[in-house]
Write a protein that binds this ligand. Structure first.
Ligand code: NDP
Ligand code: MG
Length: 383
């Protein structure tokens, strides 16, 4: 029996994590969770899973939940997130919040000796060197939830790091993969949120369309698998059936395949090195699919992917700055304050504006993150 604390329970990954816990009551138990603003869903989750601790974003919400559920401890804000992350009964933290807000609670959980099932890629992008070093020191596992990284992790079981020649991350191409760059000027928020293969939260769906998601994943892979950027490639694969691949020194390639269903990688992160059935996931029927397609990525078409490689190679505070600028720019796009192509213009401007600090400590990263957000806001104010 594994006891789980869950950050971001009310999101796309959070809800699917709870579905896995629900399907395997003999294997998993939920001891604590955090939600953001979605009070109604949080209430239902408390009633169903009866956790000991819950945290939400705002004090008002926490007060209301506390009076409705007097036997549950209800906290709020940053302190609440951290309390959920280190909850004493839990052995594993599933981090499924969105954005760099996940970083500090993850570090606290690592220090408290929890294994981390990590969906929140922004945590590794902003402070990969700190998070991986802390995990090593504490002797805890960082288990990937992102489907590409889970595929690589699964392909690496029984293999040795020294035998890897290259990682090949597959990319669906997002909502506008069939559009030319000129056609992206006028695209709407609604069109952007209509992903062809995956149903995900709004921010990551926008990131998939701009390809920043793949860029964040390249940096995430660099930290999780300890490989330099010139050994991490991206390949367009529109069906999202091959979730990623590893090429070894002898040119043998291992891949992991499956129908697109995030519950598979979430569950593997929780059962590794074992597996459990997942009865209602779709069986992969290759005969029905017939063909799989692959295509090289065009870095001019997908400028964000180029910027992410640049940020990763520059290192220091640059990935945190790129990520923070992207979070703010995507929020402004969803708020209809920026157009689709202005997201990448904004990220590039903020990166140009930043002088990266090498090997930053946590405080320096948090400052750079805050500074990048302020820079976006000042640029937004001027436009
Ligand atoms: P969602 O937007 O669906 O959910 C985000 C969760 O975080 C919600 O529970 C939300 O609460 C909570 N939240 C939002 N802002 C804050 C905040 N400031 N403080 C505390 N909690 C907050 O995101 P996804 O589930 O799509 O993504 C989660 C992470 O997983 C991301 O890092 C994403 O990149 C990664 N990921 C997601 C995949 C997917 O299929 N969705 C696939 C691979 C990776 P509320 O809704 O209650 O306001
Ligand atoms: Mg992914």
């Amino acid at each position: 029996m594994k006891t789980i604390s869950l950050l971001g329970a009310t999101g796309s990954i959070g809800i699917q994590t709870l579905d896995i816990i629900r399907q395997h009551p003999d294997s998993f138990r939920l001891s604590a969770f955090s939600a953001g603003r979605n009070e109604r869903v949080a209430e239902k989750m408390i009633a169903e899973f009866n956790p000991a601790l819950v945290s939400v974003l705002e004090k008002d919400t926490a007060d209301r939940l506390q009076s409705n559920f007097p036997h549950v401890k209800v906290l709020y804000g940053k302190k609440g997130l951290e309390a959920v992350a280190v909850h004493a009964e839990a052995d594993t933290l599933v981090n499924a919040v969105i954005g760099s807000v996940g970083l500090e609670p993850t570090l606290k959980a690592i220090e408290a000796g929890k294994n981390i099932a990590i969906a929140n890629k922004e945590t590794l992008v902003t402070a990969g060197h700190i998070v991986t070093a802390a995990a090593k020191r504490a002797g805890v596992h960082l288990l990937p939830v992102d489907s590409e990284h889970s595929a690589i992790f699964q392909s690496l079981q029984g293999e040795q790091e020294k035998n890897i020649s290259r990682l090949i991350l597959t990319a669906s191409g997002g909502s506008f993969r069939d559009k030319k760059r000129e056609e992206l000027k006028q695209v709407t928020v609604e069109e952007t949120l209509n992903h062809p293969n995956w149903s995900m939260g709004a921010k990551i769906t926008v990131d998939s369309a701009t390809m920043m998601n793949k860029g964040l994943e390249v940096i995430e892979a660099h930290w999780l698998f300890n490989l330099p950027y010139d050994q991490i490639d991206v390949l367009l694969h529109r069906e999202s059936i091959i979730h990623s691949m590893v090429e070894f020194l002898d040119r043998s390639v291992m891949a992991q395949l499956g129908s697109p269903d995030m519950r598979v990688p979430i569950q593997y992160a929780l059962t590794w090195p074992d597996r459990l059935p997942l009865p209602d996931t779709k069986v992969l029927n290759l005969a029905e699919i017939g063909q799989l397609h692959f295509q090289e990525v065009d870095f001019e078409r997908y400028r964000m992917l180029y910027l992410a490689y640049e940020a990763g190679r520059t290192g220091g505070t640059m990935p945190a700055v790129m990520n923070a600028a992207n979070e703010e720019a995507v929020a402004a796009f969803l708020d209809r304050k920026l157009s689709f192509l202005q997201i990448e213009e904004m990220v590039e401007r903020v990166m140009e504006h930043h002088s990266p600090v090498p090997s930053p400590e946590l405080g320096t990263i948090l400052e750079a993150d805050a500074q990048a957000r302020a820079t976006v806001r000042s640029f937004l104010f001027r436009t």
